[in-house]
Design a protein around this ligand. Structure first.
Ligand SMILES: [Zn+2]
Length: 114
């Protein structure tokens, strides 16, 4: 079925995502984290087109994320896409965890592929 598009590759729907291209930008680390090698936004999260890269990875592997839930990185690496390191929680819970994590440790490992 022909689904070619001449537009800039900015998929908004899951069906439009070029999965091979998406996964080619992921580097699996010995630690178990799947580092995103593509663009990172100002908050440290990977982005792919109009998607947050970790949300896209989770959606592909585990299924849709309920509208009222957000994904928390249990490994605290915001650029990690490993669905097993992502937990769907309420936004309130995620913020609470983020504050707690920020209070206990500052910074983190940023990986620059180049
Ligand atoms: Zn991780």
């Amino acid at each position: 079925m022909p689904t070619s598009s001449r537009r800039i590759h900015r998929p908004t729907r899951l069906e439009d995502v070029d999965r091979a291209r998406f996964w080619s930008q992921v580097d699996v680390e010995p630690s178990g984290c799947w580092y995103w090698l593509g663009p990172i936004n100002g908050k440290g999260y990977g982005v792919y087109g109009r998607w947050m890269a970790h949300r896209l990875a989770y959606t592909i592997v585990k299924g849709p994320i309920p509208d009222d839930l957000t994904l928390d990185h249990t490994c605290r690496n915001r650029s990690c896409l490993n669905p097993d390191h992502l937990e769907a929680v309420t936004n309130t819970e995620n913020i609470r965890r983020g504050i707690a994590a920020a209070a206990s440790e500052k910074g983190g490992s940023q990986k620059d592929p180049d």
